[in-house]
Design a protein around this ligand. Structure first.
Ligand code: G3H
Ligand code: ZN
Length: 281
C-alpha cells in the first residue's frame, strides 16, 4: 500500500534501522522496486528526481501517477518522494500528485541563500502536510565532478536545521553520486557526530558507491534514509545489453525489459533487506 515517507522514516529511526529510497526512472523501475521490497519483506521509498521528470517531458504527473498506482497495488509499504528538486515550480507540483515528501536541493547556493530558499520550501511543504528534506554540504558527483572539501559540519548543520525547520537532512560524509563501482569510504565518525548533533534523521545520498559493510555501519552510526540509484541502472542496463546481444533480430521491448526489471528487483531485494535490517540493537 501507499504510505507516507514521514511514517517510514520514523518507523526506521525508532527501530534503529534504515529505510532504502530507490530512484524511479521508468515504469519498470517502479514495478521492480515494489517487487523487490515485497520479496525482502521491507518497506521502501520510491523517489522520482527532477532529472527524471525532465526526461519525461517536464511534467511530474504521468510518472508520479504510475508510481502511485504501483505502490497502491503492492503488498509492501511504499511511499513516493520527489528527489533533488531545484525548481520551485516543480516543488509546487507535488501538492496534489500523491507524493508525501520532497527533497528541496539548494546545496549549490551559499549558506545564507541555502537557508532562505530551504526555509521557504519547508514552510510551503508543511502548509500542505508534506515532509521536507534538504541538503547541507555537497555530496557531489551530480555533474561528474567529485569535489573535495564539502563535508557537512555538525555545528553548521545544527544551525541550518534550526533556521529552516526541515524534517530530515542530507549530509555529505564521503559518498558521491553516480558511482558505478562500490569504492566510497564514508567518514563514520562524522556520521555519528551529525546524528548526535541533529534533532532530525539523516539521509545518505550517492549510496550506490558505498560497499555493503559501510552501508551497515552508516545505519549503525545513525543514517536513516539511504538513497540508491545508479546501482539499479547498472543491473537494468546490463541485462538489456546482455539480452540484445543474444539475438539481434529481437524487436519486442518486453523481451529485454522483462529480464532488466527482474535484475533490478534482485538488487532492490538485497539492498532493501540490508538497509532495513542494519543497525538496531
Ligand atoms: O538522490 C539519489 C541518490 O543520492 C542516488 O545516488 O545514484 O549514486 O546511488 P546514486
Ligand atoms: Zn542524491
Amino acid at each position: 500500500p501507499l504510505v507516507t515517507t514521514a511514517d517510514l522514516v520514523a518507523r526506521a529511526q525508532s527501530a534503529g534501522h534504515g529505510v532504502a529510497a530507490f530512484n524511479v526512472i521508468t515504469l519498470e523501475h517502479a514495478e521492480a522496486i515494489a517487487a523487490g521490497a515485497e520479496r525482502a519483506g521491507t518497506p521502501a521509498i520510491l523517489q522520482i528526481s527532477e532529472n527524471a521528470v525532465r526526461y519525461h517531458g517536464g511534467a511530474l504527473r504521468p510518472l508520479a501517477a504510475a508510481t502511485v498506482a504501483v505502490a497502491e497495488g503492492s503488498g509492501a509499504d511504499l511511499s513516493i518522494h520527489l528527489d533533488h528538486v531545484e525548481s520551485v515550480d516543480l516543488l509546487h507540483e507535488t501538492a496534489d500528485a500523491g507524493l508525501s515528501s520532497v527533497m528541496f536541493d539548494a546545496s549549490h547556493l551559499e549558506y545564507a541563500d541555502n537557508v532562505a530558499a530551504t526555509r521557504a520550501a519547508a514552510d510551503w511543504a508543511h502548509d500542505r502536510g508534506l515532509y521536507l528534506e534538504a541538503e547541507l554540504g555537497k555530496v557531489g558527483g551530480k555533474d561528474g565532478a567529485h569535489a573535495p572539501g564539502v563535508r557537512t559540519d555538525p555545528g553548521e548543520a545544527q544551525a541550518f536545521v534550526a533556521a529552516t525547520g526541515v524534517d530530515t537532512l542530507a549530509v555529505a560524509v564521503g559518498s558521491s553520486h553516480a558511482m558505478t563501482d562500490r569504492t566510497s569510504a564514508l567518514d563514520l565518525d562524522l556520521v555519528a557526530a551529525l546524528a548526535e548533533a541533529l534533532p532530525v534523521p539523516l539521509v545518505l545520498h550517492g549510496s550506490s558507491g558505498v560497499p555493503d559493510d559501510q552501508l551497515r555501519a552508516a545505519v549503525g552510526a545513525g543514517m536513516v534514509k539511504i538513497n540508491i540509484g545508479t546501482i539499479l541502472n547498472v543491473a537494468f542496463t546490463g541485462a538489456v545489453r546482455a539480452t540484445l546481444a543474444e539475438d539481434e533480430r529481437l524487436v519486442d521491448p518486453r523481451r529485454y525489459l522483462r529480464p532488466a526489471r527482474e535484475a533490478l528487483a534482485d538488487v532492490v531485494a538485497q539492498l532493501a533487506a540490508l538497509v532495513g535490517l542494519a543497525g538496531g540493537d
